[in-house]
Ligand binder design. Structure first.
Ligand code: DGP
Length: 112
């Protein structure tokens, strides 16, 4: 499958990895929007939030259970923003579901 994040997951494309386990990977965004900006991505190829259902929601729960520890590991002691873009109107550019974790500085009220 021609998916950038699947290629990162299988090691074909290098990434600056923050965390990995059997279900998920977290790596720093190539184009950071703030001092700290990393992505949390399930290894299973789910295209977007619109395709979350009872067969895959455990992976999404796993991601959210880990986000506090990952944020701490990344030094986000004073809060952070979690963003998920779903589909064309949201300008999702990589069609493999991922959660942006952004912080490390005071963020504007709205960030793309
Ligand atoms: P979105 O627009 O929500 O689909 O965000 C996709 C993000 O993925 C965007 O912030 C840039 C990041 N990105 C795209 N390609 C790569 C890559 O090859 N490596 C890394 N580390 N990040 C990437």
């Amino acid at each position: 499958m021609d998916c950038i994040f699947c290629k990162i997951i299988n090691g074909e494309i290098p990434s600056n990895k923050l965390y990995e386990d059997e279900k998920i990977i977290a790596f720093h965004d190539i184009n950071p929007e703030a001092k700290v900006h990393f992505l949390v991505v399930p290894k299973e190829h789910i295209c977007c939030a619109d395709k979350i259902d009872s067969t895959n929601s455990q992976i999404i729960a796993h991601i959210f259970e880990l986000i506090p520890a990952l944020a701490k590991k990344a030094g986000l002691e004073n809060g952070y923003r979690i963003i998920n873009n779903c589909g064309e109107d949201a300008c999702q550019s990589v069609p493999h579901i991922h959660f942006h974790i952004i912080g490390g500085e005071k963020l504007p009220e709205h960030i793309k």
